[in-house]
Design a protein around this ligand. Structure first.
Ligand code: AMP
Ligand code: GLY
Length: 425
């Protein structure tokens, strides 16, 4: 069977890599892909938002399974389009993707179905939001409603910052339409973890928990990024906490959506804070995490294509529970100088070889490959993943590889995994 992966980052490289290991798959295409992906799959130059052309391609090439990486095409309805044309696609419909694409929908849904999350209030008027901020405790959290490329969440320390943030989002519209409504939310303290689960709308299979490092600099300082590194599993979710997450967060979410008439098929990603009072939802995403995929999927023993096909045909119950390699995986993101702000591209990369070591793999986030030369092509450039018996050994493997790879201005965090061993709360 042929598969098509949509997207161009490290997550998509990981999905392609994992699908290629499937017994069911003999060829993988990626639209549009990147330099690294082009070494293991056939990249086709179609943009992820060009649904009609993608569906035509899938139809013409008899693609048996399409997998969508990023949230934007999901939120815009790519799955609905493929389904209309009877093409098999893994991912939630536009309605189901609202769990990520509208923070207000997502929080109101959680309130309705008693899914643990921080208390919040929604505002359509800047003046009212500012008024409310006079009575809240600080730090507090202000969120723009819509998709804002991961930048729509601001933790504010005082009223002045809160007022300025509301002004930016609602009056200056720095995130455009995403800022028509804002949410003011209580600040939660604890350990942040990501838990992804695969569901066909009836059955849920939870994956191992991972921890991302969102800030640009060591010690979790600096601006928020898409993620600078991750590791899996984490110690913050022992079996009873995972059970709690499944019973009180993931299952009621899928069941609640079903009650709303929405069948959720695909991967659901819960961004969680493990607080002193147990796990609480920070956000849901309707897709695989990046760089969480780069550390979770390498540990999965199951055939990913089989699982995804079972989701598409709503037969996930007939597949076994997931089984996992008894290892830890760690991923270090190498980024361009200036990321997450402005950065240059087209910078030559040296030291990259096609991986021979099964326990270390370089997933490409933003590269191109031309005339036998590797060049940077994005803010996040590479995700160097190491796997071993412990987090320490996995990190050693990843950082050894990082040290061999050079490009001008390469930046990376030197402290991935630093929260491991720290108490919750
Ligand atoms: P989100 O896009 O909603 O995940 O928010 C981005 C980041 O802001 C999260 O990864 C958290 O680190 C932080 N954050 C969001 N909501 C809260 C909250 N209620 N309390 C503390 N931190 C939060
Ligand atoms: N690493 C965070 C995300 O994928 O949303």
């Amino acid at each position: 069977m042929k598969a098509l992966v949509i997207g161009s980052g490290g997550r998509e490289h990981t999905l392609v890599w994992k699908l290629k290991q499937s017994r069911k798959i003999d060829k993988v295409f990626c639209a549009p892909g990147n330099g690294g992906i082009s070494r293991i799959a056939k990249c086709i130059n179609i943009a992820p938002d060009n649904f009609k052309v993608l569906a035509d391609f899938a139809h013409r090439n008899k693609i048996g399974l399409t997998v969508v990486g990023p949230e934007a095409p999901l939120a815009a309805g790519i799955v609905d389009e493929f389904q209309k044309r009877k093409l098999k696609i893994f991912g939630p419909t536009k309605d189901a993707a609202r769990i990520e694409s509208s923070k207000v929908f997502s929080k109101e849904f959680m309130r309705k179905y008693h899914i643990p999350t921080a208390p919040f209030k929604v505002f359509t008027s800047a003046a009212e939001a500012m008024g409310f901020c006079k009575s809240v405790q600080y730090p507090s959290v202000i969120k723009a409603d819509g998709l804002a490329a991961g930048k729509g969440v601001v933790i504010v320390r005082n009223l002045e910052q809160a007022t300025r943030t509301i002004e930016d989002i609602m009056m200056k519209k720095v995130f455009g339409e995403a800022g028509e409504r804002v949410m003011v939310e209580s600040f939660l303290q604890g350990q942040e973890v990501s838990v992804m689960a695969i569901t066909d709308g009836k059955t849920i299979r939870t994956m191992l928990s991972s921890q991302d490092h969102k800030q640009a600099y060591d010690g979790d300082r600096g601006p928020n990024t898409g993620g600078m590194g991750a590791y899996c599993p984490t110690e913050f979710t022992p079996p009873e906490v995972m059970q709690d997450i499944e019973d009180h967060i993931l299952t009621p979410t899928i069941e609640g959506l079903a009650k709303e008439g929405v069948v959720y098929k695909g991967v659901i990603y819960a961004g969680l804070m493990i607080t002193g009072e147990g796990p609480k939802v920070l956000e849901f995403n309707c897709r695989f995490g990046d760089p969480e995929s780069q550390v979770v999927l390498p540990l999965l023993k199951n055939d990913l294509a089989e699982i995804m096909m079972a989701v598409v045909s709503q037969k996930l119950a007939s597949t076994g529970k997931f089984s996992w390699h008894n290892n830890t995986a760690a991923c270090v993101i190498m980024a361009s100088k200036g990321y997450p702000g402005k950065y240059a591209t087209g910078v030559k990369i040296s030291g990259l070889q096609d991986g021979k070591d099964n326990n270390c793999y370089v997933f490409h986030s933003g590269t191109s490959y031309r005339d036998k030369t590797w060049l940077t092509a994005g803010g996040r450039v590479l995700g160097v993943m190491g796997m071993d018996k412990s987090l320490r050994l996995a990190l050693n493997r990843a950082y050894r590889m990082v040290n061999k790879i050079k490009f001008e201005g390469a930046t990376y965090r030197r402290d991935i995994g630093f929260r491991a061993g720290k108490p919750v709360g």
